[in-house]
Design a protein around this ligand. Structure first.
Ligand code: HEM
Length: 571
């Protein structure tokens, strides 16, 4: 697959900011009764709950000329009988859950569409217990022993087809969306060493560069005593940082103080699309093509990320042979990061052109931006929010950090941060209380079925744990699981610590665990100390809460703060 074909085959962009995409799911207002049935999850569930609506719909259907209405009624009856059969002809019919979810995936669709799935899912488990039926063939699990089986490393369970909805049906699946164990493993092997913390420390100066830009922006806001949306600036920071690590220079969100080419909002809308569409993933290739057809053409949104990457590859290709050799030499010595991911991967291509193509490099770097920007921005926002809300924790953290050693350039080094016990406990607790991924991580029960929590789950059943549910489990994290208390990670005895560690789902579990975990941790370890040492933050509007929306990534907005420089840091 050539670089160009990749770019042109894309769904081009931000055409649908979150609110607009929602409109796509609303069918046109029309007198055609078939549309009345299809008008979206809310209407449909209302229809199912209300016999009056149902009878009026049947009345409408009756008005359609003879044979057509006959076939529609036949179709509805067969669908109904099929749903009833699926609901009860399973050994898992005793598993509790919302009544309607036994019969149709529409309950799940509606719950995800509501953008509050993490809250709904936690409440479901509080009401029904450790296993809940959330669709005719899908079960949400909250049990550490069952989780050990579902996310095991040997004989790993396949990812559920839902993941394909985050992929482009016209292209090779990416590492995250791939449903094939072999494909995923082969692709992961190509780059995994470059994502270890030891490799990343070589290029942490890229993080320092964007940190300095963020801190000077915040200083300016502090001197103007201007309220700012910190969630937005931390998103710019996270995207610029992962951009710098990937391409050797930031995309420029911080400098320009805006979402360039709507890249950030498009990635977010795309994650919402994947989450909602995943429930009926078999329709994704068709819906995607329609959206692609409707999307404005040009280098905007995700297409802009691809174009940005293609431009950097082209620039590298235009270098003289001498320069190229030099950059290969700079990156020689096996799998090491010398300047950025792209240069290292192109160097890998240069060393072993038959095993690793330029397109392979292209394939890998895109996922850095798509998977690594928003997630880290969310984690940083959660950290700052929880610290502003918890003066006790903030004070203890500052106490630890004030004496910490700095690197030569005056910035906090990851090696120094790694040995700060309380800082690491704070980061862990933030990621526990506010995991950025907010849907179940579904897997398919393999041939022969599985016994989970004493029940037999037949082959093909979908099972999964939601990080929000796991982290609210009081038997693992204690009766104060709802509280932000970093000390829990420092005080726990070995057995309890192991149990918490095993049930820590922020980055997933098992062989498909997050590849970029160390990238995020490095960013958090470096920037959180800088922020809390350099500034005092206070809520700009104490009575107004931030807004949180679950679109697979549980993103915050309107985290409005005022800042004051403390004079003890080194902004
Ligand atoms: C707070 C930050 C992050 C969170 C919460 C997060 C969360 C996750 C989760 C939960 C999964 C596993 C999904 C599953 O099992 O269904 C995952 C996979 C993945 N993540 Fe992250 N992630 C973060 C940052 C990053 C970064 C910075 C990168 C890249 C630079 C990245 C790249 C990936 C990739 C490539 C996968 C797919 C791995 C595979 O399936 O083999 N992530 N992430």
């Amino acid at each position: 697959m050539s670089v160009n074909s990749n770019i042109t085959s894309l769904w081009g962009g931000p055409s649908y900011p979150t609110s607009k995409l929602a409109d796509i799911f609303q069918f046109p207002k029309t007198v055609n009764p078939a549309y009345t049935i299809l008008q979206g999850p809310q209407k449909l569930s209302a229809l199912m709950r209300s016999p009056q609506d149902l009878s009026s719909t049947l009345e409408l259907l009756r008005k359609i000329p003879g044979p057509v209405s006959f076939y529609i009624i036949l179709l509805l009856i067969s669908l109904f009988l099929h749903a009833v059969y699926k609901a009860y002809a399973t050994p898992l019919r005793h598993i509790p859950g919302p009544w309607i979810a036994k019969f149709t995936r529409l309950w799940l669709l509606r719950a995800i569409y509501s953008r509050e799935y993490q809250r709904i899912n936690v409440e479901l488990h509080r009401k029904y217990g450790p296993v809940v039926r959330i669709s005719p063939n899908e079960y949400s699990i909250d049990d550490p022993d069952a989780a050990n089986i579902i996310y095991r490393s040997r004989d790993q369970l396949l990812k559920a087809p839902r993941y394909s909805s985050w992929g482009l049906p016209t292209a090779e699946p990416n590492i995250f969306t791939s449903l094939s164990i072999e494909h995923n493993a082969a692709r992961r092997r190509q780059i995994a060493p470059l994502y270890q913390l030891s490799a990343l420390t070589n290029i942490e100066y890229q993080v320092d560069f964007t940190s300095t830009t963020l801190l000077s922006k915040l200083s300016a806001f502090a001197s103007q005593d201007q309220p700012i949306d910190l969630s937005q600036w931390l998103q710019y920071y996270a995207f610029d940082t992962v951009g710098a690590l990937t391409f050797g220079k930031p995309v420029g969100f911080l400098d320009r103080g805006k979402d360039i080419a709507d890249i950030i909002s498009t990635i977010h809308t795309y994650s919402r699309y994947g989450g909602v569409m995943g429930v009926f993933n078999e329709m994704h290739p068709y819906v995607f093509r329609v959206l692609q057809f409707l999307a404005p053409k040009g280098e905007i949104g995700i297409a802009a990320v691809y174009a940005f990457a293609a431009k950097h590859i082209a620039e590298w290709n235009c270098r003289s042979e001498n320069e190229k050799t030099l950059s290969v030499e700079q990156s020689e010595g096996g799998e090491v990061l010398k300047t950025d991911y792209l240069t290292s991967l192109l160097a890998k291509h240069r060393r072993t052109p038959d095993n690793f193509s330029v397109d392979d490099a292209y394939y890998h770097i895109i996922s850095n931006i798509v998977a690594g920007g928003e997630t880290t921005g969310i984690a940083l926002t959660a950290a700052m929010y929880l610290l502003v809300k918890s003066p006790r924790v903030l004070e203890r953290l500052r106490g630890e950090l004030e004496g910490m050693k700095r690197g030569e350039n005056g910035r906090v080094g990851v090696m120094e941060a790694q040995i700060c016990g309380y800082l690491n406990a704070v980061i862990k607790e933030v990621l526990r209380l506010f995991p950025p991924a907010g849907l179940n991580l579904p897997r398919v029960v393999p041939k022969g079925g599985l016994v989970l929590m004493g029940s037999w789950f037949p082959e093909g059943t979908i099972v999964g744990v939601n990080p929000w549910v796991a982290h609210a489990n009081t038997s693992v994290f204690g009766p104060d699981a709802d509280e932000f208390r970093p000390e829990r990670w420092l005080e726990a005895d070995q057995a309890c610590a192991n149990r918490m560690e095993q049930y820590f789902f922020t980055f997933g579990r098992g062989p498909r665990t997050c590849l970029g975990k160390s990238v995020t941790l490095m960013e958090m370890m470096k920037i959180i100390p800088e922020l809390v040492l350099n500034f005092d933050f206070s809520f700009a509007y104490p009575l107004k809460e931030w807004s949180v929306r679950n679109d697979w990534f549980v993103k915050q907005e309107d985290f409005m703060v005022r800042l004051r420089e403390r004079g003890t840091g080194r902004a």
